[in-house]
Design a protein around this ligand. Structure first.
Ligand SMILES: [Zn+2]
Length: 430
Protein backbone atom coordinates (compact mmCIF):
# COMPACT_ATOMS: atom_id res chain seq x y z
CA UNK A 1 0.00 0.00 0.00
CA UNK A 2 1.21 3.52 -0.79
CA UNK A 3 2.89 5.50 1.97
CA UNK A 4 1.11 8.78 1.21
CA UNK A 5 -2.38 9.66 0.00
CA UNK A 6 -1.00 11.92 -2.76
CA UNK A 7 2.64 10.74 -2.96
CA UNK A 8 3.77 12.93 -5.82
CA UNK A 9 2.62 16.26 -4.43
CA UNK A 10 3.37 15.48 -0.76
CA UNK A 11 7.03 14.75 -1.54
CA UNK A 12 7.54 17.31 -4.30
CA UNK A 13 11.06 18.81 -3.99
CA UNK A 14 10.78 22.32 -2.55
CA UNK A 15 11.99 24.22 -5.65
CA UNK A 16 9.22 22.58 -7.70
CA UNK A 17 6.69 23.05 -4.91
CA UNK A 18 7.54 26.75 -4.72
CA UNK A 19 7.29 27.27 -8.48
CA UNK A 20 3.88 25.57 -8.40
CA UNK A 21 2.89 27.99 -5.61
CA UNK A 22 4.10 31.01 -7.58
CA UNK A 23 2.18 29.95 -10.66
CA UNK A 24 -1.02 29.41 -8.65
CA UNK A 25 -0.55 32.65 -6.74
CA UNK A 26 -0.26 34.67 -9.95
CA UNK A 27 -3.45 33.07 -11.27
CA UNK A 28 -5.30 33.77 -8.03
CA UNK A 29 -4.21 37.43 -7.89
CA UNK A 30 -5.04 37.96 -11.56
CA UNK A 31 -8.47 36.35 -11.11
CA UNK A 32 -9.31 38.38 -8.01
CA UNK A 33 -8.23 41.61 -9.69
CA UNK A 34 -10.74 40.82 -12.44
CA UNK A 35 -13.62 39.52 -10.32
CA UNK A 36 -13.42 41.14 -6.88
CA UNK A 37 -14.22 44.80 -6.18
CA UNK A 38 -13.12 44.19 -2.58
CA UNK A 39 -9.57 43.22 -3.62
CA UNK A 40 -9.39 45.88 -6.37
CA UNK A 41 -10.05 48.54 -3.73
CA UNK A 42 -7.67 46.93 -1.29
CA UNK A 43 -4.85 46.63 -3.80
CA UNK A 44 -5.15 50.12 -5.29
CA UNK A 45 -1.62 51.42 -5.81
CA UNK A 46 0.03 48.05 -5.07
CA UNK A 47 2.43 46.65 -7.66
CA UNK A 48 0.77 43.34 -8.49
CA UNK A 49 3.68 41.85 -10.41
CA UNK A 50 4.84 38.65 -8.69
CA UNK A 51 8.33 37.59 -9.72
CA UNK A 52 9.04 35.73 -6.49
CA UNK A 53 6.83 34.44 -3.68
CA UNK A 54 8.39 37.08 -1.40
CA UNK A 55 6.83 39.82 -3.56
CA UNK A 56 3.54 38.98 -1.90
CA UNK A 57 4.72 40.85 1.20
CA UNK A 58 3.89 44.11 -0.67
CA UNK A 59 0.22 43.15 -0.50
CA UNK A 60 -1.81 44.38 2.48
CA UNK A 61 -3.06 41.94 5.12
CA UNK A 62 -6.75 41.07 5.36
CA UNK A 63 -8.27 40.96 8.85
CA UNK A 64 -11.41 39.30 10.15
CA UNK A 65 -12.84 42.68 11.20
CA UNK A 66 -12.47 43.84 7.62
CA UNK A 67 -14.27 40.77 6.25
CA UNK A 68 -17.06 41.25 8.78
CA UNK A 69 -17.51 44.89 7.71
CA UNK A 70 -17.40 43.90 4.04
CA UNK A 71 -20.09 41.23 4.46
CA UNK A 72 -22.30 43.57 6.47
CA UNK A 73 -21.95 46.33 3.84
CA UNK A 74 -22.43 43.94 0.90
CA UNK A 75 -24.62 41.05 2.06
CA UNK A 76 -24.65 38.17 2.16
CA UNK A 77 -20.96 37.46 1.58
CA UNK A 78 -19.15 40.62 0.47
CA UNK A 79 -17.51 41.35 -2.85
CA UNK A 80 -14.93 38.59 -2.88
CA UNK A 81 -17.08 35.53 -3.51
CA UNK A 82 -15.00 34.68 -6.59
CA UNK A 83 -17.60 32.63 -8.46
CA UNK A 84 -21.25 33.13 -9.51
CA UNK A 85 -23.83 32.30 -6.83
CA UNK A 86 -24.99 29.37 -9.03
CA UNK A 87 -21.64 27.72 -8.28
CA UNK A 88 -21.96 27.98 -4.49
CA UNK A 89 -22.42 24.57 -2.90
CA UNK A 90 -22.02 24.96 0.87
CA UNK A 91 -22.04 27.75 3.45
CA UNK A 92 -19.74 27.63 6.48
CA UNK A 93 -19.47 30.62 8.82
CA UNK A 94 -16.84 31.27 11.45
CA UNK A 95 -17.94 30.29 14.96
CA UNK A 96 -19.20 33.80 15.69
CA UNK A 97 -17.85 33.76 19.24
CA UNK A 98 -16.37 37.22 18.67
CA UNK A 99 -19.28 38.90 16.86
CA UNK A 100 -21.09 38.72 13.51
CA UNK A 101 -19.97 35.44 11.89
CA UNK A 102 -17.87 35.79 8.75
CA UNK A 103 -19.32 33.57 6.04
CA UNK A 104 -17.39 31.30 3.71
CA UNK A 105 -18.72 29.34 0.74
CA UNK A 106 -17.29 26.35 -1.09
CA UNK A 107 -17.74 25.65 -4.78
CA UNK A 108 -17.79 22.10 -6.16
CA UNK A 109 -14.06 22.38 -6.94
CA UNK A 110 -13.39 23.69 -3.43
CA UNK A 111 -15.24 20.73 -1.89
CA UNK A 112 -13.09 18.37 -3.96
CA UNK A 113 -9.81 20.02 -2.90
CA UNK A 114 -10.90 20.14 0.75
CA UNK A 115 -11.80 16.45 0.59
CA UNK A 116 -8.41 15.49 -0.86
CA UNK A 117 -6.40 17.66 1.53
CA UNK A 118 -8.31 16.27 4.53
CA UNK A 119 -7.83 12.70 3.28
CA UNK A 120 -4.11 13.43 2.93
CA UNK A 121 -3.93 14.34 6.60
CA UNK A 122 -6.04 11.39 7.83
CA UNK A 123 -3.92 9.01 5.73
CA UNK A 124 -0.83 10.57 7.31
CA UNK A 125 -2.14 9.58 10.77
CA UNK A 126 -2.13 5.97 9.54
CA UNK A 127 -5.81 5.53 8.66
CA UNK A 128 -6.36 3.04 5.83
CA UNK A 129 -9.36 1.79 3.82
CA UNK A 130 -11.58 -0.40 5.97
CA UNK A 131 -10.76 1.43 9.20
CA UNK A 132 -13.64 2.70 11.31
CA UNK A 133 -13.72 6.38 12.22
CA UNK A 134 -15.78 7.92 15.01
CA UNK A 135 -16.21 11.48 13.78
CA UNK A 136 -16.67 13.62 16.88
CA UNK A 137 -16.26 16.91 15.04
CA UNK A 138 -19.45 18.95 14.90
CA UNK A 139 -21.58 18.43 11.78
CA UNK A 140 -23.46 21.28 10.15
CA UNK A 141 -22.22 24.82 9.85
CA UNK A 142 -18.81 24.11 11.37
CA UNK A 143 -16.28 23.21 8.68
CA UNK A 144 -14.43 20.26 10.16
CA UNK A 145 -17.22 17.70 10.65
CA UNK A 146 -18.27 17.61 7.02
CA UNK A 147 -14.71 17.84 5.66
CA UNK A 148 -13.68 14.78 7.67
CA UNK A 149 -16.88 13.00 6.61
CA UNK A 150 -16.21 13.62 2.91
CA UNK A 151 -12.57 12.60 3.25
CA UNK A 152 -13.42 9.41 5.15
CA UNK A 153 -15.83 8.40 2.38
CA UNK A 154 -13.25 9.17 -0.31
CA UNK A 155 -10.67 7.02 1.53
CA UNK A 156 -12.93 4.02 1.93
CA UNK A 157 -13.30 4.31 5.70
CA UNK A 158 -16.45 3.35 7.58
CA UNK A 159 -17.55 6.57 9.25
CA UNK A 160 -19.72 6.85 12.38
CA UNK A 161 -21.07 10.43 12.06
CA UNK A 162 -21.81 11.08 15.72
CA UNK A 163 -20.75 14.74 15.81
CA UNK A 164 -19.61 16.82 18.77
CA UNK A 165 -20.76 16.24 22.34
CA UNK A 166 -23.17 13.34 22.96
CA UNK A 167 -20.81 11.43 25.22
CA UNK A 168 -23.23 8.52 25.71
CA UNK A 169 -23.54 8.02 21.96
CA UNK A 170 -19.77 8.01 21.59
CA UNK A 171 -19.46 5.34 24.27
CA UNK A 172 -22.22 3.22 22.77
CA UNK A 173 -20.68 3.39 19.28
CA UNK A 174 -17.25 2.53 20.66
CA UNK A 175 -18.65 -0.57 22.35
CA UNK A 176 -20.66 -1.67 19.35
CA UNK A 177 -18.25 -1.04 16.45
CA UNK A 178 -14.79 -0.85 18.08
CA UNK A 179 -13.61 2.09 15.90
CA UNK A 180 -9.86 2.50 15.41
CA UNK A 181 -9.93 6.29 15.09
CA UNK A 182 -11.53 9.34 16.67
CA UNK A 183 -11.68 12.95 15.48
CA UNK A 184 -12.59 15.47 18.21
CA UNK A 185 -11.42 18.59 19.97
CA UNK A 186 -8.70 17.88 22.57
CA UNK A 187 -11.08 19.12 25.31
CA UNK A 188 -13.71 16.60 24.27
CA UNK A 189 -11.06 13.89 23.89
CA UNK A 190 -10.02 14.38 27.52
CA UNK A 191 -13.65 14.44 28.62
CA UNK A 192 -14.32 11.20 26.76
CA UNK A 193 -11.26 9.67 28.44
CA UNK A 194 -12.71 10.61 31.86
CA UNK A 195 -16.07 9.09 30.87
CA UNK A 196 -14.44 5.81 29.74
CA UNK A 197 -12.52 5.55 32.98
CA UNK A 198 -15.57 6.36 35.11
CA UNK A 199 -17.42 3.45 33.51
CA UNK A 200 -14.46 1.08 33.54
CA UNK A 201 -14.56 0.73 29.74
CA UNK A 202 -11.57 -0.04 27.54
CA UNK A 203 -10.85 2.19 24.58
CA UNK A 204 -10.76 0.45 21.18
CA UNK A 205 -9.06 3.50 19.61
CA UNK A 206 -5.59 3.50 18.07
CA UNK A 207 -5.47 6.95 16.42
CA UNK A 208 -6.86 10.27 17.65
CA UNK A 209 -6.92 13.38 15.48
CA UNK A 210 -7.53 16.39 17.68
CA UNK A 211 -8.37 19.81 16.26
CA UNK A 212 -10.64 22.84 16.58
CA UNK A 213 -8.50 24.24 19.37
CA UNK A 214 -4.83 24.27 20.24
CA UNK A 215 -3.17 22.00 22.75
CA UNK A 216 -2.62 18.58 21.23
CA UNK A 217 1.09 19.27 20.70
CA UNK A 218 1.53 20.44 24.25
CA UNK A 219 3.60 17.50 25.60
CA UNK A 220 1.61 17.07 28.80
CA UNK A 221 -1.76 17.41 27.00
CA UNK A 222 -0.70 14.88 24.39
CA UNK A 223 0.39 12.47 27.12
CA UNK A 224 -2.96 12.83 28.91
CA UNK A 225 -4.90 12.21 25.68
CA UNK A 226 -2.78 9.18 24.80
CA UNK A 227 -3.06 7.66 28.27
CA UNK A 228 -6.77 8.37 28.73
CA UNK A 229 -7.77 7.00 25.34
CA UNK A 230 -5.01 4.45 24.67
CA UNK A 231 -4.13 5.93 21.29
CA UNK A 232 -1.58 7.94 19.32
CA UNK A 233 -2.74 11.58 19.47
CA UNK A 234 -2.10 13.86 16.49
CA UNK A 235 -2.74 17.55 15.97
CA UNK A 236 -5.14 18.74 13.25
CA UNK A 237 -5.47 22.40 12.24
CA UNK A 238 -7.83 24.54 10.23
CA UNK A 239 -10.04 27.60 10.50
CA UNK A 240 -13.37 28.48 8.98
CA UNK A 241 -12.24 31.36 6.76
CA UNK A 242 -9.35 29.39 5.25
CA UNK A 243 -10.50 25.78 5.23
CA UNK A 244 -11.26 23.04 7.69
CA UNK A 245 -8.34 20.69 7.87
CA UNK A 246 -5.38 21.78 5.78
CA UNK A 247 -2.60 21.02 8.25
CA UNK A 248 -1.86 17.96 10.32
CA UNK A 249 0.96 16.14 12.01
CA UNK A 250 2.60 13.10 10.49
CA UNK A 251 3.56 10.01 12.48
CA UNK A 252 6.91 11.64 13.32
CA UNK A 253 4.91 14.10 15.51
CA UNK A 254 7.25 16.84 14.35
CA UNK A 255 4.78 19.69 13.87
CA UNK A 256 1.85 20.51 11.59
CA UNK A 257 2.55 19.94 7.87
CA UNK A 258 0.60 22.46 5.78
CA UNK A 259 -0.85 21.54 2.37
CA UNK A 260 1.38 24.03 0.61
CA UNK A 261 0.14 23.25 -2.88
CA UNK A 262 -3.19 24.83 -1.81
CA UNK A 263 -2.06 27.34 0.84
CA UNK A 264 0.76 29.86 0.95
CA UNK A 265 1.99 30.16 4.52
CA UNK A 266 3.76 33.16 6.07
CA UNK A 267 4.49 34.30 9.61
CA UNK A 268 4.56 38.03 10.42
CA UNK A 269 5.58 40.16 13.37
CA UNK A 270 2.40 41.08 15.33
CA UNK A 271 3.56 44.68 15.78
CA UNK A 272 5.34 45.64 12.53
CA UNK A 273 3.35 43.13 10.40
CA UNK A 274 6.58 42.43 8.49
CA UNK A 275 7.33 38.82 7.47
CA UNK A 276 9.55 37.01 9.96
CA UNK A 277 12.39 34.67 9.04
CA UNK A 278 11.92 30.91 9.32
CA UNK A 279 12.11 29.75 12.94
CA UNK A 280 10.66 32.85 14.63
CA UNK A 281 7.30 32.87 16.39
CA UNK A 282 4.77 35.21 14.80
CA UNK A 283 1.23 35.43 13.48
CA UNK A 284 0.22 33.03 10.71
CA UNK A 285 -0.81 34.72 7.47
CA UNK A 286 -2.43 32.43 4.91
CA UNK A 287 -3.28 32.73 1.22
CA UNK A 288 -5.64 30.53 -0.77
CA UNK A 289 -3.83 29.34 -3.89
CA UNK A 290 -6.63 27.27 -5.37
CA UNK A 291 -9.84 28.36 -3.58
CA UNK A 292 -12.53 29.51 -5.99
CA UNK A 293 -15.30 30.75 -3.69
CA UNK A 294 -14.52 33.35 -0.94
CA UNK A 295 -10.76 33.21 -1.62
CA UNK A 296 -8.43 35.20 0.61
CA UNK A 297 -4.99 36.63 -0.01
CA UNK A 298 -2.82 37.32 3.06
CA UNK A 299 -5.40 36.57 5.75
CA UNK A 300 -4.15 37.57 9.21
CA UNK A 301 -5.29 34.57 11.27
CA UNK A 302 -4.33 35.80 14.74
CA UNK A 303 -2.91 32.31 15.41
CA UNK A 304 0.73 32.01 16.41
CA UNK A 305 3.23 29.65 14.81
CA UNK A 306 6.91 28.96 14.23
CA UNK A 307 7.69 27.54 10.79
CA UNK A 308 10.42 25.26 9.47
CA UNK A 309 11.17 24.03 5.96
CA UNK A 310 13.73 21.52 7.26
CA UNK A 311 13.23 18.00 5.85
CA UNK A 312 10.93 15.87 8.00
CA UNK A 313 11.77 12.23 8.81
CA UNK A 314 8.47 11.21 7.16
CA UNK A 315 9.64 12.31 3.71
CA UNK A 316 7.02 15.01 3.15
CA UNK A 317 8.50 18.26 1.87
CA UNK A 318 5.71 20.62 2.95
CA UNK A 319 6.67 23.05 5.69
CA UNK A 320 5.74 22.52 9.32
CA UNK A 321 4.59 24.64 12.25
CA UNK A 322 6.80 23.18 14.97
CA UNK A 323 4.92 22.66 18.23
CA UNK A 324 1.60 23.38 16.50
CA UNK A 325 -0.31 26.55 17.32
CA UNK A 326 0.82 27.71 20.79
CA UNK A 327 -2.05 30.19 21.08
CA UNK A 328 -3.67 33.30 19.69
CA UNK A 329 -1.99 36.65 19.60
CA UNK A 330 -4.94 38.16 21.60
CA UNK A 331 -4.31 35.67 24.42
CA UNK A 332 -0.84 37.01 25.09
CA UNK A 333 -0.52 38.02 28.72
CA UNK A 334 2.08 40.69 29.50
CA UNK A 335 2.72 40.80 33.23
CA UNK A 336 5.65 42.41 35.06
CA UNK A 337 7.77 42.34 31.91
CA UNK A 338 7.13 38.66 31.15
CA UNK A 339 5.06 37.51 28.15
CA UNK A 340 3.25 34.21 28.11
CA UNK A 341 0.43 32.30 26.40
CA UNK A 342 -2.18 29.90 27.80
CA UNK A 343 -0.34 26.97 26.19
CA UNK A 344 2.63 27.52 28.50
CA UNK A 345 0.36 27.44 31.55
CA UNK A 346 -1.38 24.34 30.23
CA UNK A 347 1.92 22.53 29.77
CA UNK A 348 2.74 23.07 33.46
CA UNK A 349 -0.75 22.38 34.86
CA UNK A 350 -1.07 19.08 33.02
CA UNK A 351 2.22 17.80 34.40
CA UNK A 352 0.50 17.39 37.80
CA UNK A 353 -1.50 14.15 38.06
CA UNK A 354 -3.21 15.53 41.21
CA UNK A 355 -4.88 18.17 38.99
CA UNK A 356 -7.77 17.57 36.58
CA UNK A 357 -6.03 19.37 33.72
CA UNK A 358 -8.67 22.06 33.26
CA UNK A 359 -7.52 25.61 34.00
CA UNK A 360 -8.42 29.27 33.61
CA UNK A 361 -6.18 32.32 33.65
CA UNK A 362 -7.78 35.31 35.38
CA UNK A 363 -6.15 38.58 34.45
CA UNK A 364 -6.90 41.76 36.41
CA UNK A 365 -6.27 44.91 34.41
CA UNK A 366 -6.29 48.61 35.27
CA UNK A 367 -5.23 51.52 33.10
CA UNK A 368 -4.21 49.14 30.29
CA UNK A 369 -1.78 47.31 32.55
CA UNK A 370 -2.01 43.87 34.08
CA UNK A 371 -2.21 44.20 37.87
CA UNK A 372 -2.46 40.53 38.74
CA UNK A 373 -2.75 37.05 37.29
CA UNK A 374 -4.41 34.05 38.93
CA UNK A 375 -4.19 30.56 37.50
CA UNK A 376 -7.30 28.65 38.55
CA UNK A 377 -6.93 24.88 38.56
CA UNK A 378 -9.06 21.98 39.63
CA UNK A 379 -8.24 18.99 41.83
CA UNK A 380 -8.46 15.58 40.15
CA UNK A 381 -9.99 14.25 43.39
CA UNK A 382 -10.89 15.89 46.71
CA UNK A 383 -8.31 16.41 49.41
CA UNK A 384 -5.29 17.55 47.43
CA UNK A 385 -3.03 19.41 49.89
CA UNK A 386 -1.90 23.01 50.00
CA UNK A 387 1.63 21.84 49.28
CA UNK A 388 0.56 21.34 45.71
CA UNK A 389 -0.33 25.02 45.32
CA UNK A 390 3.23 26.01 46.21
CA UNK A 391 4.73 23.34 43.91
CA UNK A 392 2.55 24.59 41.05
CA UNK A 393 3.50 28.21 41.71
CA UNK A 394 7.18 27.32 41.55
CA UNK A 395 6.76 25.35 38.31
CA UNK A 396 4.78 28.23 36.76
CA UNK A 397 7.47 30.67 37.85
CA UNK A 398 10.15 28.55 36.16
CA UNK A 399 8.14 28.27 32.93
CA UNK A 400 6.76 31.82 32.65
CA UNK A 401 9.46 33.94 34.29
CA UNK A 402 6.84 35.49 36.58
CA UNK A 403 4.89 34.08 39.53
CA UNK A 404 1.10 34.15 39.24
CA UNK A 405 -1.29 33.46 42.10
CA UNK A 406 -2.79 29.98 42.14
CA UNK A 407 -6.30 29.06 43.23
CA UNK A 408 -7.33 25.45 43.71
CA UNK A 409 -10.97 24.50 43.12
CA UNK A 410 -13.00 21.37 43.81
CA UNK A 411 -13.25 18.59 41.18
CA UNK A 412 -15.74 19.38 38.40
CA UNK A 413 -15.87 23.13 39.11
CA UNK A 414 -14.40 24.44 35.87
CA UNK A 415 -16.53 24.36 32.76
CA UNK A 416 -15.84 21.57 30.20
CA UNK A 417 -16.45 22.57 26.60
CA UNK A 418 -16.45 20.45 23.48
CA UNK A 419 -15.24 23.40 21.46
CA UNK A 420 -12.70 26.18 21.97
CA UNK A 421 -12.35 26.41 25.70
CA UNK A 422 -11.87 30.02 26.79
CA UNK A 423 -8.72 30.12 28.88
CA UNK A 424 -8.02 33.81 29.49
CA UNK A 425 -10.61 35.86 31.36
CA UNK A 426 -9.82 39.56 31.67
CA UNK A 427 -11.38 41.72 34.40
CA UNK A 428 -11.11 45.50 34.58
CA UNK A 429 -10.17 46.63 38.08
CA UNK A 430 -11.63 49.85 39.44
ZN1 LIG B 1 6.49 14.69 8.61
Amino acid sequence: MRAFWEPEVETLPRPQLESLQLERLRQQVERLWRTSAFFREKWAGVNLELRHLEDLSRFPLVTKAELRAEQQAHPPLGRYTGVEAQSWREYHPSSGTTGFPVGTVWSEGDVENITQVTARVLYGYGLRPGDILLNGFSYGLWVAGLAVHYAARAMGLFVLPVGAGQTERHLELMERFRPQALTATPSFGLYLGEALRARGLESPLRVGAFGGEAGTENPSTRRRLEEALGLQAYDFYGLAEMGPTFAGECQAKAGLHFAEDHYLVEVVDPESQEPLPEGEVGVLVLTHLTRQATPLVRYYTGDLARLTKEPCPCGRTHLRAVGGIPGRVDDLVVYRGAKFYPGQVEEVVRRFPELAGEYRIEVREAGGLVQGVTVVVEMAHPGVGEGLVEALRQSLKAALGVTPEVRLEAPGTLERTAFKAKRVVRHAQA
